[in-house]
Design a protein around this ligand. Structure first.
Ligand SMILES: N[C@@H](CCC[C@H](N)C(=O)O)C(=O)O
Length: 277
């Protein structure tokens, strides 16, 4: 099976084109190829498929084999991969995902790729599939939850996939490996959740560390950075445009007047290969 290995700020993916490399069991394949000792090593497996409603369909599987609705960093990598391999000549590409149509745009500066800007769609104040209304919406903004004997104030929302954003004074002091899985599987989240710890640096800058649903600690999360900006605005911490500083680097997030989130950042191919198992 031929593959290509990409990352968006260190959040890394194996990308497979299903047209030339058919896979029978995506979940099993994700577990195998993402394994950092016995496989290629990645946070997720991305599969490109044909779509009737968009230019391409993108499916993303976490390293534990679970399927995610969306992946912000992967959309940038997929857009660049599709363009550079000649699978499309479009620089604005529609991707059919479980979270709806997501639209990355390749932005060039004198023929060199400068950044990939993604229309991430609209944030939703929901913890899982069911949109919450009335008081329930209020309850997920800065709501108190108890985890492991400690109280956390959380803001929960969906960027197509579920996120739980927690503001802290010192993000470096958070024991992510200990608390991440407890919040990921908390009863508040019917489909589990991604967990973002955020330190507000100033009104245009956030520092973020993330525990991802189905993948654990990763160096960056594009939907997570988008959720962090939305939560920061809802809690009065930042303006509607901010730089989110992740362990792997910076993402630029804008919550525009049309209610869409725009996320800009890099996409890098690392190597190509043939998986033999
Ligand atoms: N790293 C991704 C998110 C990947 C999916 C996530 N773990 C989930 O299960 O929702 C991103 O960049 O958005």
């Amino acid at each position: 099976m031929h593959f290509t290995k990409w990352h968006g700020l260190g959040n890394d993916f194996v990308i497979i084109n299903s047209k030339t490399e058919p896979i029978s069991d995506y979940r099993q394949q994700a577990l195998a190829v993402c394994d950092r000792n016995f496989g290629i090593g990645a946070d997720g497996l991305v599969v490109i498929l044909p779509s009737d409603i968009a230019d391409f369909k993108m499916r993303i599987f976490n390293s534990d084999g679970s399927e995610a609705d969306m992946c912000g960093n992967a959309t940038r990598c997929v857009a660049r991969y599709l363009y550079e391999t000649g699978l499309t000549d479009k620089t604005t590409i529609t991707l059919d995902t479980l979270a709806g149509i997501i639209t990355p745009e390749l932005i060039f500066d004198q023929n060199t790729l400068a950044t990939v800007k993604v229309d991430m769609g609209e944030p939703k104040l929901t913890r899982g599939e069911t949109p919450m209304t009335g008081n329930a919406v209020e309850k997920t903004i800065n709501a108190a939850i108890e985890v492991g004997g400690q109280t956390y104030r959380v803001t929960a929302l969906s960027m197509g996939n579920p996120h739980c954003v927690i503001f802290v004074d010192d993000v470096a002091a958070v024991d992510l490996a200990a608390i991440g899985p407890k919040i990921e599987t908390h009863a508040l989240f019917p489909r589990k959740t991604n967990v973002e710890f955020i330190q507000v640096v100033d009104r245009q800058t956030l520092r973020m560390r993330v525990w991802e649903r189905g993948a654990g600690i990763t160096k960056a999360c594009g939907t997570g950075a988008s959720a962090a900006l939305v939560a920061a605005v809802l809690n009065g911490h930042t303006d509607r445009q901010a730089t989110v500083k992740l362990d792997g680097g910076d993402l630029f997030i804008h919550w525009a007047d049309n209610n869409h989130i725009y996320k800009s950042g890099p996409a890098v191919e690392v190597f190509r290969g043939e998986y033999l198992l």
